[in-house]
Structure formats: C-alpha cells, structure tokens
Design a protein around this ligand. Structure first.
Ligand code: PLP
Length: 450
C-alpha cells in the first residue's frame, strides 16, 4: 500500500511543463529513479527522458533536440506529430478508441483492402505487434500443413519450421523459437519444438534441411536486428521453389523492412517470386501498436471462426491511423523521397567509408542502412547522442540508420555532417572477447552467403 501511494505521489508531483527536467532528488530526476526502482531491467536505457517530437526531431526533458535517425526502431516512418495523423487520432479518440472484434468497425475492412492492394495478398488478420503476427503465422503454417486424416492434437507430420541464422523475429515463445541469436532464446528453453536454422543465403544448406516435414520457412527479407543483411535473390527463389515443391509456406517477415522503407511497398517486391504470407507491424499505425498477417486466399480458406483472435488487434483508432499512414505514403510520394534520400545517404556514407578505415561496409536499401565498423559501435552511439543525433548499434559492430520517410535533403546533409564528427572524435574501444566472438560468428555466417 505504502509503495503504491508513494509512487503515485511522485508522478503527481511532476511539473506540468513537459520540457522541464522533472522533480530532482540530489542530482537525479525522480522519474529516472522510479524507472530504475520499479521497471523490469529488460533494457540498458540511455539516462534521458524523451518527451516529444516534431518531424524528424525529438526532444528530451532538458529541451535538447536530436535528429532522429532511429525513428523508434523503424516505427516513426512519418516522423513525429504528422498533422494528418494527429488529426485522425484526435477525431477517432473522441469517437471510439476500442470496439470489440465481435463487431465490424469502419476501418478494418478498408485497411485490409489497401494492404491487399499494396502486397498482392488476399486476406488480413490484425494483431497488436510484430511478434504476435509471427506467432499467428506459425499457427497458420501448422494448420496449412496438417492433412485432413491427421487428428487434431497429434503432431502433424508436416510440422517443422525453418528460419535463418542471425534472424530476429520477436520475443514471444513462437518468435524466439525462430530467432537464431542464442541470448534471446536459450534462457527460456525449451522453446516451441520443430524449428531449425538455415545458414544465411546458403542454398545448399537450405536444400539439405528442406523436406516434406517442413510447414513453413520464415525469412526477413532484409535482416534488421542481425545487422542489415538483405536476403539474396538466388536464395529467395530457391526457398520459393522448395516451399512449393514440399507444400510449405514461404513467410516474409517485413516487420522492419516493409511498408515503404526500401522505396518499394515491400522489400520482397524486388523479386518476381511471391511469398505466401507477409508479416508487418512497426510503422503500420504511425506509432500506435498494430501488426498484421497478410495471407493468400488458399491459406485463409483453412481458417474458421474461433481458431485465432485478439482483443485489441485491429481496433478502430489504430486502423484509422494506419489507413491514413498508407494514404500519406501515397499522397506525399514518399517512396520517391525514400529512394532519393537513401541514395544521397549511401553516397555520403561511401565517402566517409573512404576516409575512416574502421568502416568495414555500408549495407542496406532505401532508408534502412547499416554501417559496419571494425570497432565496437556503442561509443559512437553515445557520442552521436551527445551531439544531438539518434542512431543505434546492432550486433555490437553495426550502426543502424532508420530515418523517417519524410527526411529532407537538408536533414540528410545535417546527418552526414554530424556523423562525420562522431566518427572523427569517438575514442575506439578495445573489444571484449565476447563481442569479438559474436561479431566473428556474424561475419562468418554472412561471408559464406556472399
Ligand atoms: C524483423 C522483425 N520481426 C519481428 C519483430 C518483433 O516485432 P515487435 O517488437 O513488434 O513484437 C521485430 C522487432 O524488432 C523485427 O525487427
């Protein structure tokens, strides 16, 4: 009881001005102290409180402005406070924030139609997050693989999942069982049985592991958390052919790389072969939680009422925001902007790579770029933040850039100027044996792929 009331009190004491520094105890902001004391320690958070954003910038509680090249890890594709999104959210919040999935709402159907048009899929299920979309797709793959003569409750012959080494698919039990990185998976063993990892872009390994017992293969078209590695066309085509041959599903995880980020609606659209299922989330509802499973009619025909569901997924507020997001991408011709700004960024980064010998490689497409270093990336992220630039580091050595689709030419130049300063002034850190091991295994995994 005591704890609850003291917690409430500290929140109520917060100053009304959202840009002020909050209540202080000694040198510490009480909001940071509360976070430290009461949150599960799942994140190594930077010791700042972000309060608001505008366009491609975010601001912290001390009023410091940051150029946002992280975009909420690929969520804030329209930057912050896009006037059309703000308008729709205000309008819908005053109408109905939630309506049960036992009824239709005004936005699910039209949004599903629009997503079907963008993707070439036929049917949509709305979830709340990416990881839930992954788990739903695992269920669909198992369902699709089950033969009529196999009794429900028994393990179907066709039950195995394939995923790729270095993959990241989320945090629920299904998704971690498809996530190769051991630190995300092993502490929670045993995970969902039946998953196996194929070496990245390695067609021989894919062929060796594919047989009639596989019900689905999950592929991030561009690996995001793994360090921005695009899957090759040869591998994609072979995965398509083997899935068709063995009656399995090819499932594209486009949660990070989809919905415009590569200057195409979906990253897989650079290939002629189509997946059976496409999974999306992150930018879909412009910052509100929403994910989706997009599937073919053939798969959808196996689903009947009650087999899958969600309380919140596909609510009117999130779906209205998502519909507006997709329209904005079209109306503002953002795919063209992504292509042009992405090319400028690549060009600028290539010049920096020629100047700084510790840049190993620049990878990616559109506005999803990775700058792999031969030294640890963490200190560069901190220095960038000190200079008012938000980026992050994935797999210890790759700096990841996920700027919003609305980024301007001037902001690309501002980024390149700041990034050059960061590269020039950050002390290079000697790596620990653990990070060297992780980077080496990542490099080896991808080197075999090229
Ligand atoms: C490729 C990919 N798949 C799945 C997920 C999980 O999505 P969520 O965090 O919305 O559950 C992520 C999140 O980073 C992702 O990048």
């Amino acid at each position: 009881m005591m704890k609850t009331s003291s917690k409430t009190k500290s929140v109520l004491q917060l100053p009304r001005n959202r840009e002020s520094a909050g209540t202080r105890v000694g040198k510490q902001d009480t909001r940071l102290l509360d976070a430290e004391q009461f949150l599960l320690p799942t994140y190594k958070r930077q010791p700042v409180i972000m309060t608001h954003g505008r366009g491609a910038h975010v601001f912290d509680s001390a009023g410091k402005k940051y150029l946002d090249f992280l975009g909420g890890i690929a969520v804030n594709a329209l930057g912050h406070a896009h006037p059309r999104i703000v308008k729709v959210i205000r309008r819908e919040a005053a109408r109905a924030i939630h309506l049960s999935n036992l009824f239709h709402n005004a936005y699910q159907g039209p949004l599903a139609r629009k997503l079907a048009g963008w993707s070439g899929m036929d049917r949509v299920f709305f979830s709340n997050s990416g990881t839930e979309a992954i788990d739903g797709a695992m269920k669909l793959a198992r369902l699709f693989g089950r033969k009529p003569e196999e009794a429900p409750g028994t393990a179907a012959e066709k039950h195995r999942f394939l995923a790729l080494e270095n993959s990241f698919h989320g945090r629920t039990f299904g998704a971690i069982s498809l996530t190769a990185t051991e630190k995300y998976r092993l502490p929670f063993s045993p995970v969902v049985p039946g998953a196996e990892f194929v070496r990245f872009n390695d067609v021989a390994d894919l062929e060796a592991k594919f047989d009639d017992t596989v019900c689905g293969i999950f592929v991030e078209t561009i690996q995001g958390e793994g360090g921005i590695y695009p899957v090759s066309e040869v591998f994609w085509n072979r995965a398509r052919a083997l899935a068709t041959q063995h009656g399995a599903l090819l499932i594209a995880d486009e949660i990070q790389c989809g919905l415009g980020r590569t200057a195409r609606y979906f990253a897989y659209q650079k290939f002629s072969a189509r997946p059976d299922i496409v999974l999306i989330a992150k930018p879909l509802a412009a910052g509100l939680p929403l994910g989706a499973i997009l599937a073919t009619e053939e798969i959808a025909s196996r689903v009947s009422p009650g087999m899958h569901g969600t309380t919140f997924g596909g609510g009117p507020l999130a779906c209205a925001a998502a519909l507006e997001f997709l329209k904005i991408v079209e109306d503002e011709k953002l795919l063209e902007n992504i292509r042009a700004r992405g090319a400028e960024l690549r060009e600028g980064l290539a010049k920096l790579a020629a100047r700084f010998d510790f840049i190993r490689e620049v990878r990616g497409e559109g506005l999803m770029l990775g700058v792999e270093l031969s030294v640890e990336g963490g200190p560069f992220v901190s220095e960038a933040m000190r200079r008012g630039l938000l980026i992050n580091c994935t797999h210890d050595f790759t700096l990841r850039l996920l700027p919003p689709f609305i980024i301007t030419r001037a902001q690309v130049w501002e980024f390149l100027r700041l990034f050059e300063l960061v590269l020039a002034t950050t002390p290079r850190q000697v790596s620990t044996p653990d990070t060297v091991k992780s980077a080496e295994s990542n490099r080896v995994a991808h080197a075999t792929a090229r």
